[in-house]
Design a protein around this ligand. Sequence first.
Ligand code: ADP
Ligand code: MG
Length: 691
Amino acid sequence: MTAIQHLKGVGPKRAELFGRLGIETLEELLFYFPRKWEDRRLGAKKEHFPYVEDAPVIRGRITKVRDLYTASGLRIFKVFLETAQGEAEASFFKRHNPRFDVFALLRKDLAPERTVWITGTPEDPLFLSRMRAEEYYADDDARALQLHVGRLVPVYPLTEGLTPRFMREAVFAAVTAGAAEVTDPLPPALAARRGLLARDLAVRAIHFPENAFELTAARRRFIYEELLLLALAWAIKRRQTRSARKEFSYEIKKSLLTPFREKLGFALTAAQAHAINEIFADMRAPAPMARLLEGDVGSGKTVVALSAMLLAAENGGQSVFAAPTEILAEQHFLTFERFLKGLDVRFALLTGRVTAARRKEILKKLEAGELDILIGTHSVLGPEVRFKSLRLAVIDEQHRFGVRQRAALRAKGDRADMLIMTATPIPRTLFLALYGDLDLSAIRELPPGRLPVRTTEATEEVAFNAAADEAAKGRQVYIVYPVIEETLAADMKSVKAEFERLKVIFKGLRLDMLHGRMPGALKKSAMENFAAGRTDILVATQVIEVGIDVPNAALMVINNAERFGLASLHQLRGRVGRGRWESRCLLVAHARTGDSAERLRAMVQCSNGFELSEKDAYIRGAGEILGVKQHGDMDLKIADMSRDGELLAQAMEDREALLAADPGLTRPENAGLRRRLRALYASRWDLIDLS
Ligand code: ADP
Ligand code: MG
């Protein structure tokens, strides 16, 4: 591997700048993919590809130049051109410097009669021929025409000190010097069957495509490669998990489970029972459980988790239940108190708010095996909390619980079983991609008697009237705003400002506020007061999005609804409709773009999370929630799983065939795959098979 420093034009100084971008070798530069491409062709018929941007560019003969001073000390160099399309002008801006002519170089390069190319941004979208200039090139500069204008031009994420022009030159030099040596990890037969561009051609084409179709082929090739490697890594990880053996076994003794069921006060839904069966089967199997339990908001996942924890307790094992926030951990603790009352099971809550003495006591009991269940935030999964025999970890509402965290948990829990719960149903392909090493249980049914939440768009006035009506009936109301405090940048209503206003509007009602930046004790009392019915209207941010369960709440008002993703809107709506009352969700939108209109329409039409999750707008939103692109475990450079579902499905299919024929990837034609897998995932995911 050649160090970047040896590339033509790159000395030690520039090498350091490249280092800041994570580029140290020629190969890394070759695989530093553009962020987007600009179409700088003149008069070409522009094809529409989402990653190709139509960039303004002028080519013309300079007729005159003007040098202007502004009162504020700015200087403007104006170039007037005659182009095939007519007159055009481009302006360069610089701060005046009394000691030298800041435009000396421009005056020389852009003298009248020369023919030049200028790129930039139009000063007014209606007059493309008048622009703020960025780059310029002489028409007889063959190199410029080869790389910088008159073609599709790559645009890279840069760092201060590296210009777009230099970056393109460097990449081009690397492509010219190194592309041929790029070995292809894909078995040739596979690449041929999927019609993928050879890797060396694809490297050239992804940086300097001749046209958008070639670019698409190059992108497709790298996206596929990235996804295939990921899919293979998942499979190897999964195989490794499966082949591990727990050092304990379970019996269904019913000493806790039976009284628990009897005291529940309701019958389990068929879907809950089914999920419990799947989980019990996993827990009794020799390999550790790694299962995701997916169920729409309000589908009753907690009871399922409790059943699993009681099975562990019956068999003398400890469990931990981790919630994403302290508020939720406290809520769950109250729920557990209700459900476990009178049962011979010991549980405790550990959050940042318990006193030091209590904390010490809990930790001591955990280590001595005197507690069966620990409830807390995700921090209880950290190393400072030690168990005598941790056998089951339940992770609630966690969207980004990655492979690495799972591995850390395994390490503390001597091959503990693991159940991850989420109320964000995700499409199957996305599930496989994000959690390819997990099994899936889905609760696709709500407990009987739930009335669907009626969702409509409304004006603020209608929404506030509805809130007053509900409060008069003794029901409770959530009013949600997108931000805590007003900012100059965005036109959004804030919890703090609106809370003051609402207190006046709803004089006589009991209002309270809840947002993430309040001190813990205040959050806690706000939640408790609302849960106990001592508050009529809770004015809140999205903090109430997950988990909160107050059956008497019958109205959800979401302000600036256009600002929320579909997945979030659906989560918020799930806070109501938990009791016997007909509940409503009112969406107050203050502005609308095409996308937000699509989301609001979907919300009004559809109340089922699984159905919503098949919608495009949801997938995009869920992608954000799930951090699909930046999912730290995967570090995808070019693939985006919320977009590339089709290629992912192909990669999954090919993975099955590859591993069926060659489980260890030891055949010569698979050596390249194995090498890439080792480099990318072996240590990060602790894949023993590969090292
Ligand atoms: P989620 O899946 O969103 O975490 P919860 O576990 O909080 O849902 O359950 C929502 C509400 O439904 C709770 O009040 C719970 O007690 C109740 N519940 C759960 N299962 C059933 C059932 N089978 N029948 C009736 N109510 C149920
Ligand atoms: Mg829940």
